[in-house]
Each structure stands twice: as C-alpha cells, then as structure tokens.
Design a protein around this ligand. Sequence first.
Ligand code: ADP
Ligand code: MG
Length: 707
Amino acid sequence: MYQGELKQPVTRLQGIGPKTSKILSAAGILTINDLLKHYPRAYEDRQNITGFKPALRSAEPEMINTTAVVVSHEYFGRPPNQTLKVLLEDESGLSAALVCFGRNFLAEKLVPGRMLLIYGSFQNRYNELQSSSFEFELLPPEATFDTAAEIQSGSDEFGRILPVYPLTGGLSQKIFRKAIDHALKEWAANIETELPESIRKLHGLYSKPESLINIHFPGSEEQQKQAERSLKFEELFHFQFTAARRAWKRKSVHKHQRLSVLPAGFDDLEQRLLKGLGFELTGAQKKALNEIKSDMNSDRPMSRMLQGDVGSGKTLVAFIAALAAAAAGGQAAFMAPTELLAKQHADNAYRLLEPLGIRIALLTGSVKASQRTHLLAALAAGEIDLVIGTHALFGGNVGFRNLNLIIIDEQHRFGVMQRLALTGKNSTADLLLMTATPIPRTLAMTVFGDLDISTIDEMPPGRTPVETHLAAIGNEQKVYDFVRNELHKGRQAYFVYPLISSSDKTALKDAGTMFETLQKEHFRDFSVGLLHSKVDENTKKEIMDRFRDGSIQVIAATSVVEVGVDVPNATCMIIEHAERFGLSALHQLRGRVGRGMHKSYAFLVFSPELTETGTARLKIMKQSSDGFFIAEEDLKIRGPGNLSGYEQSGFLPFTIADLNTDFDLLKDARKAASDLIEKDPGLLAPENNCLRRLFEVCPPFTDEVLV
Ligand code: ADP
Ligand code: MG
C-alpha cells in the first residue's frame, strides 16, 4: 500500500543519512509524506539562456541564467588577502566578472577557455557586471555555444524551473531537491488521486501525482500554477468537507438531556433575575436568547456562535442560558480567556445568580491546591451548577457529573486544542461560543459554515457613542488635562501602552514607566494602578477591585485590559502609540469605556511616522464605532487569513491555501463539497468508507481542527 509507504522515514531515500535526517526532523520532516508536502517557497527559472544583457541597464541586481566562457583570471586586494575574479564572456561577447570571495580555489575549475552554465545575481559595479552570488556547472571540454543549450537540457540544476525550498539548519537546496526528486520518482506515480474525478474535471484540476510533480518540478509556469491551484483546492475542499461532516455529526447525536420539558420554576427564576437587573433586555438580546433556548430545547446539541459588539450584553444572555441549564438539573461551564475576566464574570454570577439558588464556583490556575481538591470533588458530585474559569477548566482532572452547557467567552482567544478539550468533557453538551470580534459575513458563511450564529446588533439604551480623538504625539499634555478634568468629576481612566517596560527610554512609552510618570507628574491628586500580564494574579485582582470600587482612578496598562473588563464609571481610554495596535484591539480597548451613563472619550495618540495601514486604521477608528463595519474594514486591510484574533490561535492551519488570496477558490471548494454531499448524504456517515481514505495522503486536516 502506498499510503503506508509514504509514512516511511526519509532515511529510506538515497543520500539522506543520519546527519541530514536529523536536520529534517528538526524541521518536522520525518516521513516521505512530510517531504513531499514541503512545498517550494519560490522558483528559479533557469530555462532560458539570457546572456548578461538584462543586467546591463538594470539599477537593481538581476538574476541571470546563461552560458559563458571563461576568459581570464584577475586578483584584487592586498596580499595575502587577495580575491579571485573570473572574467567571463557570453555568446554575444558581453563580459561579466565572478567575484570569488573566499573561494580562490575556483581558479582550478574555472580555467580559461572552459564553457559553463551559470545562474546568479549580477549587478553593475565599478563599471563592470559582477556577481558574488552564483551557481555554476562546467560543461564538457568540447562544448561550444552551439552545443551548450542542448547540453543544458540534460542537467539537473540547469535548463529547468528549479524549486527553492524554505530550509533550515544549513541544509542545501541541492540535497533537498535531490531527495524530493527521488521521492517523486519512486512514489509519485502510485499515489492515488482521492479528490473525486467529477470535481477534478469540473474545476480543471491535476491528479495528485501531477500536482506533486508540478509543484516541485514544474515544466512551465502554467504547470506550476495549475499544480498549486489543485493542491489548494484539495486542501480547501477537505476543510469544507470536514466542516460539513462535523456539523452533521453534531446534529445526528441525541442529547442525553434536554430542556424541552422546561423545568418547573425556570420561568420564575428567569423573571426574578430580570426583575433584579434594573434594566430591560434589548430586543437583540431577547432574540438571541430565544434562539439559544430553542436550541437547548431541541434534542440535538446546540452549536451556536453568539456575536455582538463590545458592551452589547452577551454575558447576561449567557448567564440566562446557564440558569436554564442548571434549572434542568445539569451543569454549565463558562470559560474565559484570562483570570481577570473569569473573576469578573464570577463576581457578576455571584451577584445575579447565587440569590436564585445557583451554586457557583470559580476555577482558575491560582486556586490553591486544597481548595481545588474540594472544588473538583463538588463538581464531580454535581454540587456545583455553574463553574466559571480559565483554561484550568479543561484540565484532565476536572470531571463533571452532568455537564450540559459549555460557554466559551472571547472564543477566538482560545486555541483549537483548548476548545476541544472542554467540548471533549461531554460531546453532546450544548455549545455556546461568544465573540466580540465579529466575523464578517463572507467568512462566517464559509469558515464557520457549521455553526449557527446569533447576533446582538443593538446596544443597551442610553449609551452615547464614545467620542474619539486622534492626537499626534507631543500633544498629550492637552489629553492629560482633559482627563484630569474628568477625574475631578468623579470619572475614571485607562492609559494603554504597547510595552510592559522598556530599558530604552527614548523609544516607546511603556506601562511601567508611564505608571510612575502619571502618578508623580500628571495625576498627583489621584491614585494610579499598574496592570499588565506580568503582574501576579492576586495583585491584578486587587487592582481591578480597587478600580471597580473607585479607590483607584487611573489604570496604566498594556492591552491586558482589552478583553471584557467592565467598569461603567470609566469614561476615558487613552491609547498611546495607537498605530502599534491592530484594529480589533483598538476597537476592543475603546469598548472598555462608554459602558455606563456618562459620556465617554477615547484618545488615540500616534507618532508621526505612520505607515499606510496605520493611517487607515486610525481613520476607521475615528470614523466608526460599529464593530461590524470595523471588522469588514479590517478584512479589507488585512485579508481574511489575517483576520484579527483568528490568526494567533492557529484557527486556519493551511499548508498551501491562503485565505488572503484564495478566497474565491474557497467558495468553489465549498460549493463542490456541498454538491457532493447533497448528491450522496451517505458520505457523511462515519461508517461510510468511500471517502475514508480521502486525504489520507498529505492530510491537511483532521476533524478535530474545527471548533
Ligand atoms: P459584552 O457583550 O462586551 O460581553 P457585557 O456583557 O460585559 O458586554 O455587558 C456590558 C455592560 O452592559 C454590563 O455592565 C451589563 O451589565 C450591561 N448590560 C447588559 N445588558 C444590558 C441592557 N439590556 N441594558 C442595560 N445594560 C445592559
Ligand atoms: Mg464579554
């Protein structure tokens, strides 16, 4: 079986000994399969003999591929550090020089009169064409310009389009190319094409062997493009097919327990919660809540993404869902990306849900061992209804008695494996993902095609949009004066910096230094706190508590305050070196203010050396406070593959496809996958083998990658 063979170690290949294989394994290349999947990062076109002419008038170095004859040798520099210069002539009589730094031994090979093939970067210097970076191959002694072209076609390294690989550890392109060449010669022809024939025909795609051969050693640029397209399509097709299958799997299991028999008293509990709030749910919150309740009522597990702009009130909706889960006799787990946020959610849960009889616990990394043991026992015994925590929630020793709702806040902050580990605690539990990084519709359709989406597109009443000002660096004094005025009115402020600390005081402002400056120089009458990721968790909590109760008025921070922090009395957000932050971070940071009844302000302080995208980002921030608009603009600036927040978490782990450039291909692949499934839904069933081996060769994804 060839699949098995492709899993053989690379040492099976000629020329790959222990030393090379060690370098390869450090780069993650262990098997023949890994090797074939290591695609070139570029190509060198060595097909056409150009002569030296193209480099003659170019101001930039020019890549030259040509035949030439050695004319003479020269040496320059002072003895004993002389450097060899080999003078060449091409067929038309144009001369050029090879500067052989540290390679004087080449004099013995490049003897006058000898013909050679040469590929290198040539540049006009000191009135001659020179290259110090070149590769060459000697032609047989009898070769002439007339026969050279013919001879070139028999060469491994010349007369073709050569792949250039991303390599590490001092491995040479030559050795790597040889290895790939061997692997292709021995195995490529037998690799089965697993993308269905009909799809291949329709989209004009290569078979798998053709794809692999032409991605590594294309005969022409068109062939290379075609191979690349075919491999990308395959990857994207698999991505979409996997998403469809996963959706199908989730929808085909039955929940152990559902809410359909709405627990006696739930309505009453919900009413009591809502009455105690002092405000009404917005229409959008109600709608999202109804969608969630209806999912929870169905006998299929919920897979829902709740998206809503910062401050739109997602937490409350999630709490009511947790209340329903608990009222039905189950347990809910609520995971947040930081301890700060988990603590804040827990505080709110104690305030809102505990009076209704919900038993709540907070489980984070800093919970002490003794307390932790106690807590885990209670969780396993079903004595806790709602547990709120960080990734500590999915530790191996955390067991639930009846977990029926999993809530993941700021879901894009979690890696795939973390999300999986929690959903693994009960695969039939309802799943509610929340995000304030809105997913543009285009991406939602394709990448998150298997999730249902609820959107809170309405802000709680009484909020006025945050007034946003841009200030060039140097004008901060005015900003500080303005903030002082706000503080005197009883309001509070955040100052955000791109760095925690810095030893170089001339470069960027940092939170540590500015904390002192703000306290000692600008806000002497007020109390300033410092918050960043290196501050220990207990101190962090204490500072946040004091900020919340008003005994600290100003916080100097890094972007740790970006996520979720909710202090309605804070009205000023000052982001210094704002051009250093991405759009979604800026939007999230600004969302920390404007959460209460007072008018709020954001000041984006920027340095004058702005890049084009830096300027574009600041303009967008000034122009709009609508998270969806900002996300769409972000998409335009950065491309979907770099969508803020998603790229860090390895959300889209493609090996060759790139959503920035291949979005149309993704749509084609999506359609192909859904057409195929529509024709034969049986393909989705796990027991159906017909597609089982699809993508077993070079598998781009496993099921687990999604969610
Ligand atoms: P996010 O969607 O960013 O997670 P939160 O859930 O933190 O937003 O809510 C932001 C603030 O708005 C909280 O202080 C919350 O109590 C308040 N809030 C939520 N819903 C409403 C509402 N319907 N009316 C007024 N205030 C609300
Ligand atoms: Mg939130």
